[in-house]
Design a protein around this ligand. Structure first.
Ligand code: KG4
Ligand code: ZN
Length: 342
């Protein structure tokens, strides 16, 4: 089965073609990051309009790259939520309409399920059951995964998502949006031990997270380090970036290890934009070694938003006989544990 995947939930337009026999045939991405950087964050109306401009050309690009035509597609998978309503509507209405015109089924895909299954596109995929750490710009969740649609929430952030914390801390350090990769880069030149940031909620039991306190701690540290003219020496900025990254990564690693111990599972999947973070991967690999557990993640371009993960997730549900009706489904909020099992 050949599935065209469409992702437009936030600030990247992603399209991909996945074949259940041959794997990924083609994928293309257009990131709006530069457009939103000027505003220091995603401007929803601009995002929707840009998806309108880029989606059809990207679909053409993917079909050309695969050397196929629209008549070679068996189904369409589109992201139906969670995300920005206007942005979602572009992919949902295009995907649904295209499927109707071609006389093929469409399936509405949950964005976070897409992220969660993205590591399945790699050469050595995890096998069910596993624990998943979903860390994106909007979500931080630990999920017990028994199969597709068989998800139990083990813990989540009570306030900011990990990616959001990276983005906000980056702003305080004078870095652009999205801040995660920029903090990671700056942190490489930093001394990780000069400042010690808190590891929120690690001193009590449970698997929930809280990152908003780290934000305040970062702001106070930045302000303490300013000279009389309000300037900060570049090395100090790098040291703060390193201390911040270390605190977030350590906190995530402590909770992941706890989730592995609690479930008795021996596989941890990390997914979503923050799973691209090299320090997180390094720390988790070390933490999991002690538990004799294995770590799985997607290649960097499939950690952040993309069409391939949507095509893959949609394909699995379609193969199980599921499909969506003619409704153009767009749900800004959509709890993942309400999804049907396959
Ligand atoms: O999954 P994603 O592309 O979009 C959402 O579904 O939210 O995640 C984007 C988030 C942003 O907050 C970005 O700063 C963060 O992922 N991110 C990173 C890295 N790459 C992306 N955070 C830390 N380190 C990275 N290397
Ligand atoms: Zn995402």
């Amino acid at each position: 089965m050949r599935v065209l995947g469409i992702e437009t939930s936030c600030d990247e337009t992603g399209v991909a073609l996945y074949d259940s026999e041959q794997g990924l045939l083609a994928d293309a991405l257009y990131s709006q990051v530069e457009m939103h950087a000027e505003y220091g964050g995603v401007v929803p109306e601009l995002a929707s309009r840009d998806h309108v401009r880029k989606l059809i050309p990207l679909i053409r690009e993917v079909m050309a790259e695969a050397g196929l035509t629209l008549s070679d597609i068996d189904a369409i998978a589109y992201t139906a939520g969670p995300g920005l309503i206007g942005a979602l509507m572009v992919g949902a209405s295009t995907g649904r309409a295209l499927a109707l015109a071609l006389g093929i089924p469409a399936i509405a895909v949950h964005h976070m399920e897409g992220h969660l299954l993205a590591p399945m596109l790699e050469e050595t995929p995890p096998a069910f059951p596993f624990v998943a750490l979903l860390v994106s710009g909007g979500h931080t969740q630990l999920v017990q995964v028994e199969g597709i649609g068989r998800y139990s929430l083990l813990g989540e952030s009570l306030d900011d998502a990990a990616g959001e914390a990276f983005d906000k801390a980056a702003k305080m350090l004078g870095l652009d949006y999205p801040g995660g990769p920029l903090i990671a880069k700056l942190a490489q030149q930093g001394d990780r031990s000069r400042f010690t940031f808190p590891r929120p909620m690690t001193d009590r039991p449970g698997l929930d997270f809280s990152f908003s306190g780290l934000k305040t701690f970062t702001l106070n540290t930045v302000n303490d380090q300013r000279d009389e003219q309000g300037n900060i020496d570049p090395q100090t900025l790098a040291d703060i970036a390193a201390a911040f990254e270390e605190a977030v990564v350590d906190t995530l690693a402590i909770k992941c290890r706890r989730a592995i111990q609690q479930t008795g599972y021996r596989q941890l999947v990390i997914a979503g934009g923050v799973s691209a973070n090299a320090r997180l991967r390094e720390k988790l690999a070390a933490a999991l070694q002690k538990e004799r557990a294995k770590l799985f993640y997607a290649r960097p371009k499939f950690c952040t938003d993309n069409g391939a993960m949507i095509a893959y997730a949609g394909c699995q549900r379609l193969l199980a006989g599921q499909q969506s009706d003619l409704t153009i489904l767009a749900r800004p909020r959509w709890p993942m544990d309400t999804l049907p099992a396959i």
